[in-house]
Design a protein around this ligand. Structure first.
Ligand code: NAD
Length: 504
């Protein structure tokens, strides 16, 4: 496992110079909730120097399809922190999502979403929920590499990398340590995706050993998300890959009853971005009734991130106390529970008046309950012996039976390669497939060395030369087969780097 880097995820600027933060006022309700939030931060004594940047609707409508101009990019790089109110993406005009642009361009690899229920002040069936979901933000199926290969079949490439896994899992344990959390749960589906999710799980086990003081557990994502929905109080920090994290973070926010109140952080190596999870709410923009809590919660995460944990706790405790007093904005107002329905500004004023108070029923803010700061790691690639031992050739073929395809391929004379099997949608259909298996026009044909002992219990693959693959492809082309793609089969230090077909 890699050396911990002494460098902090964000420069810890406890100096006389106030840290710069690029602040985007946003669209719709954005300016209202941002002004209210900045007032609370100011009154609480938060130390930073805001640099206001333009991004969002006006920039899009001025003809910039990314929604952000060069000056704003420079300000973000210079500050290293963005505090962003929600923005409006104009619909149906081919504009790119600014959030995706920011996340990918700035390498914001970790999405951090704390979800806490605020029972009985905000309605929820789960009064004791207090979970932080840490979602990998750059990889997985969200790399967006998709292809249509035949009449019947499209594919999406799931990319999981060791540096990506190490970074996010390490971040999750560091987060737990820094904020006094006791347990990290990894959610994967490695009973099916043994290589991709298997790598995530393997790295989780490696990293967990560095943090013996933090409990580590792993769950298969389907049962894990069902349990999260039913007994969220059993979870503390959850770390998972991009797609699963996208789904379970919304489940968690929804069951806590606080979608409109949650903040989130997107953490990168050099830049971090903090925002509410809700949108720009154009339906209530300008009415002065929006709830600033989501953005305020994002602000407290930002203060903790730049080392101002005490101020973060002070603000969050005042906010919790205000909610306990029944002082609520319209969106969370409940007859019999709420005492006053407040405007955005009046709610902010109430929080300011309560700075220094602690909640009496809700659990208090815990930014200062952990130790130290979050540290990053440097990835070091370990070089392994990589050997080519075969090739999967994918064919577009609409012939009637796998047997016929297998016979034709066996007759090719395949340059010291032999056909090991054919699968259709991952299921072995040759040799000895089941007649009930439904076959599409997309066939994966696995060729290995003629010397390989493929009947052995643990097949003994033998090295092949890439020239054999090229010759095989040429021959297939000459024989009118429609080759749509190939995947080389490798071993790494003798360990198989490819999955077996179902039934192989
Ligand atoms: P939304 O979250 O803006 O609104 C959904 C509902 O929740 C609305 O009824 C709204 O009034 C209410 N709501 C949201 N935030 C509230 C608050 N703070 N206080 C009180 N009520 C609140 O979602 P939407 O309507 O689907 O999207 C509106 C716009 O926001 C779209 O242009 C969308 O692209 C954008 N959006 C931006 C972000 C972002 O910038 N991070 C995120 C999501 C959506």
């Amino acid at each position: 496992m890699k050396q911990r880097n002494q460098q902090l995820t964000a420069p810890q600027r406890i100096t006389d110079v106030k840290p710069k933060i690029a602040v985007a006022m946003g669209d719709g309700i954005g300016p209202e909730i941002m002004k209210a939030t900045l007032r609370i931060l100011d009154q609480a004594g938060a130390q930073f120097d805001p640099e206001f940047i333009e991004l969002g609707e006006q920039v899009y409508l001025a003809g910039n399809s990314a929604g952000i101009n060069d000056e704003s990019w420079d300000a973000i790089s210079n500050a290293g922190i963005i505090f962003k109110a929600p923005i409006t993406t104009p619909q149906g005009k081919g504009f790119k999502s600014l959030n995706v642009t920011l996340r990918k361009s700035l390498g914001l690899y970790a999405n951090v979403r704390p979800v806490q229920s605020l029972h009985p002040f905000v309605a929820t069936k789960h009064p004791d929920m207090d979970v932080v979901i840490i979602r990998e933000n750059e990889e997985d199926l969200y790399a967006g590499i998709e292809h249509r290969q035949t009449q019947d079949v499209v594919q999406c490439l799931k990319l999981i990398t060791r540096p990506g896994c190490e970074r996010i899992i390490h971040y999750a344990f560091e987060y737990a340590r820094a904020y006094g959390r006791k347990k990290v749960t990894c959610m994967i589906k490695d009973n099916i995706m043994k290589l991709t999710d298997g790598l995530f799980h393997e790295v989780f086990k490696e990293v967990a050993e560095i943090y013996p003081e933090i409990e580590a557990e792993s769950q298969i994502i389907d049962i894990g998300s069902a349990r999260l929905a039913n007994r969220p109080q059993d979870y503390d920090v959850i770390v998972t890959s991009n797609l699963y994290g996208d789904i379970i973070s919304d489940i968690a926010a929804e069951i806590a009853g606080s979608v409109g109140m949650a903040g989130s952080a997107n953490i990168g190596r050099n830049v971090a971005m903090f925002e509410a999870i809700h949108g720009s709410a154009p339906d209530i923009a300008g009415l002065g009734v929006a709830n600033p809590s989501g953005l305020l919660n994002a602000a407290t995460m930002m203060l903790a991130h730049i080392g101002q944990k005490e101020t973060a706790d002070k603000i969050r405790n005042a906010w919790l106390y205000t909610l306990e007093q029944g002082l609520h904005t319209a969106d969370i107002y409940q007859e019999g529970v709420s005492k006053m329905k407040l405007s955005t500004d009046d709610f902010a004023e109430a929080v300011i008046q309560h700075l220094g108070q602690k909640p009496e029923k809700l659990s208090g803010s815990g930014f200062t309950s952990g130790v130290g700061s979050i540290q990053t790691i440097d990835y070091v690639r370990t070089i392994q012996h990589k050997e080519l031992v075969g090739v999967d050739v994918f064919l577009d073929w609409d012939g009637p039976s796998p047997q016929e395809l297998g016979d034709a391929l066996n007759e090719l004379g395949a340059f010291n390669l032999k056909l090991k099997m054919i699968t259709n949608r991952g299921v072995k259909v040759y040799p000895k497939g089941k007649k009930e298996t439904y076959c599409t026009d997309h066939w994966r044909c696995r060729f290995v060395s003629v010397d390989a002992d493929i009947e052995a219990k643990v097949p003994d693959y033998r090295p092949i030369d890439f020239d054999q693959v090229i010759s095989l492809l040429h021959k297939l082309h000459m024989e009118q087969f429609d080759v749509i793609k190939t995947e080389n089969l490798y071993t790494f230090d003798g360990k198989r780097g490819f999955s077996l077909g179902q039934g192989e």
